[in-house]
Design a protein around this ligand. Structure first.
Ligand SMILES: O=C(CO)[C@H](O)[C@H](O)COP(=O)(O)O
Ligand SMILES: [Fe+2]
Length: 215
């Protein structure tokens, strides 16, 4: 069953609690929480205090996407603030394997992700140690960008590798996901779809939830 992870980047920040309630009512699987530091990516979003307050009002899985340079500095704080999954970029640290170990030491699930310009080989040494692999299909930093096709081959590789080696990581896709690109991602083997601008443009959030699940 496909999982749907709406990105809060595109929600109405003035009514955050109401937005979380709408997500729960729509039956989504994860809340995708995009953290941007103005260094690893050219944009700044939101961080701990907001995450912590969201944690107080929902039991939904919080899927934290850290677009942060040297994420080791913040793993503990994001774990304590209430993340369930912490995903870090292979490009953002010299010690990605150690950073994955640090996430697991907090008791949280660990994800790794890679930019469209980064070869899939960069995550292969980590695949037996992670709970999730996030394939970026936009250059991170902004919502509302166009889907970059080279992610499809990466998804296919991850699916084949997972089957061949009997591994358990989830394959997630993020960036430019809409009704049409979702289909291609699902066919390639994606299991979790992140969607921001496409998702929140609907008044009734159960519609994009069903569409993205392929129902
Ligand atoms: O990580 C991200 C951007 O860096 C966001 O999760 C992503 O862009 C979602 O927005 P959209 O669906 O509008 O592309
Ligand atoms: Fe994201």
């Amino acid at each position: 069953m496909m999982k749907v992870a709406p990105s809060l980047l595109s929600c109405n920040f003035l009514n955050l609690q109401q937005e979380i309630k709408r997500l729960e009512e729509a039956g989504v699987d994860y809340i995708h929480f995009d953290v941007m530091d103005g260094n690893f990516v050219p944009n700044i979003s939101f961080a701990f205090p907001i995450l912590n307050q969201i944690r107080q009002v929902t039991d939904l899985t919080i899927d934290t996407h850290l677009m942060v340079q040297d994420p080791e500095r913040y793993i503990q704080t994001f774990a304590e603030a209430g993340s369930d999954i912490i995903t870090i970029h292979v490009e953002a640290t010299n010690h990605i394997h150690r950073a994955v170990q640090m996430i697991h030491a907090t008791g949280k699930k660990a994800g790794v992700t890679l930019n469209p310009g980064t070869p899939i080989d960069s995550v292969v040494p980590l695949l037996k140690d992670v709970d999730l692999v996030l394939v970026m299909t936009v250059n991170p930093g902004f919502g509302g960008q166009q889907f970059i096709e080279n992610g499809i081959e990466k998804i296919k590789f991850l699916k084949d590798y997972k089957e061949k080696h009997h591994l358990n990581y989830e394959i997630e896709v993020d960036g430019g996901v809409n009704k049409d690109t979702a289909k291609t991602c699902i066919e390639a083997g994606a299991e979790v779809l992140v969607a921001g601008s496409y998702f929140f443009k609907h008044k009734d959030l159960s519609i994009p939830t069903s569409v993205l699940r392929g129902e």
